[in-house]
Design a protein around this ligand. Structure first.
Ligand code: NDP
Length: 255
C-alpha cells in the first residue's frame, strides 16, 4: 500500500495506459478520479476499482483541451475529496501523416490535447497543491518521440517534446512547494493507439519487436509500476526526471 489514502486524478483513465495506472493506484490504496470524454469507459474502470480494491472512484467526463472543462474536472474532485495529491496526465492522441501534407487543423488538434491539456491540468491541480501547502506529485506521460525522431509524427513529436520540457520547467518552479513533477516516456505499448496503427499498416509489429531488446511490445501495466514509484514517497527527491520505459528501445544502438 504505497499510496494509502492518497487522492489521485488520472486523465485518460478510461482505457489504455491511464486505466492501468488508475487501477494500480487504487490497488496501492488511493482514491482515483478518472477523466476522459467517454462516460461508459470511465464508469467501467470505476466499477472495476470499487469491486476489486474497495477504494473510491469518481468518473468525470471532460475534454482535457478545453480550459473550462479542465477546471471543472479538477474542482469536482477537490470538492468531493478535499484535495488532489497525485496528478497523472495520460490523456493523449496520436497523429501520423507525412509532414508535407499535414493540415494545420490536425497539427493544432494534437498539440491541443497532448500539450495544452497537460498544461491545463498541471496548472489547475498545481494551484490547489500550492494553496494547500501539502506538496504533491505530478506525472506526465510523454513518449519516446520526445527523445528520437520517428517519421510522419511531426505534431505528435512536437507535443510530446513540449510535455517533456514543460515537466522540467514546472519541476524547477514548484520544487520549493514540495511538488515533484516528473514524466514517463513509454515505448511501444499495446493499446488502442498502437493496435489501430498495426491494423492500418502504419506499424509493423515484427519489425518493432526486433528493435526492442526486451523482445516484446509493452503492456499498459508496464507503465503502472514506474507511475507508482513517481507517485509515492520513494521518489520525494526525484523531480524533473524523464523515466524511459521502453524495453530498451532507445538504448539500442545495434539494429
Ligand atoms: P488510448 O487511446 O488507449 O487512451 C487514450 C486516453 O486518452 C483515452 O482514455 C482517451 O479517452 C483519452 N483522451 C484522448 N483525448 C482526450 C481528450 N481530448 N480529453 C480527454 N481525454 C482524452 O491510448 P494510450 O493508453 O496508448 O495513450 C495514453 C498516453 O500514453 C497518451 O498520452 C499517449 O500519447 C501516450 N503514449 C502511448 C504510447 C503507446 O505506445 N501506446 C507510447 C508513448 C506514449 P477518450 O477518447 O474517450 O476521450
Amino acid at each position: 500500500m504505497r499510496l494509502h489514502n492518497k487522492v489521485a486524478l488520472v486523465t485518460g483513465g478510461g482505457r489504455g495506459i491511464g486505466a492501468a495506472i488508475a487501477r494500480r493506484f487504487a490497488q496501492e490504496g488511493a482514491d482515483v478520479c478518472l477523466v476522459s470524454r467517454t462516460q461508459a469507459e470511465l464508469e467501467a474502470q470505476a466499477e472495476w476499482i470499487t469491486a476489486h480494491t474497495g477504494r473510491r472512484a469518481l468518473p468525470v467526463v471532460c475534454d482535457v483541451s478545453n480550459p473550462a472543462d479542465a477546471w471543472r474536472a479538477v474542482a469536482t474532485a477537490e470538492e468531493r475529496w478535499g484535495r488532489i495529491d497525485i496528478l497523472v496526465n495520460a490523456a493523449g492522441i496520436s497523429v501520423a501523416a507525412p509532414s508535407a501534407d499535414l493540415s494545420f487543423d490536425r497539427w493544432k488538434a494534437c498539440l491541443n490535447v497532448n500539450l495544452d491539456g497537460t498544461f491545463l491540468f498541471c496548472q489547475a491541480v498545481g494551484r490547489g497543491m500550492i494553496a494547500r501547502g501539502q506538496g504533491g506529485k505530478i506525472i506526465n506521460i510523454t513518449s519516446i518521440v520526445a527523445h528520437a525522431g520517428i517519421p510522419e509524427r511531426a505534431t505528435y513529436a512536437a507535443s510530446k517534446g513540449g510535455v517533456r520540457q514543460l515537466t522540467q520547467a514546472l519541476a524547477v518552479e514548484w520544487a520549493k512547494y514540495n511538488i515533484q513533477v516528473n514524466a514517463i516516456s513509454p515505448g511501444f505499448i499495446m493499446t488502442e493507439i498502437v493496435r489501430d496503427y498495426i491494423e492500418r499498416g502504419i506499424h509493423n509489429p515484427e519489425k518493432l519487436v526486433a528493435r526492442i531488446p526486451a523482445g516484446r511490445m509493452g503492456q499498459p501495466e508496464d507503465i503502472a509500476g514506474p507511475a507508482v514509484f513517481l507517485a509515492s514517497s520513494d521518489s520525494d527527491y526525484v523531480t524533473g526526471t524523464i523515466l524511459i520505459a521502453d524495453g530498451g528501445f532507445l538504448a539500442n544502438g545495434y539494429v
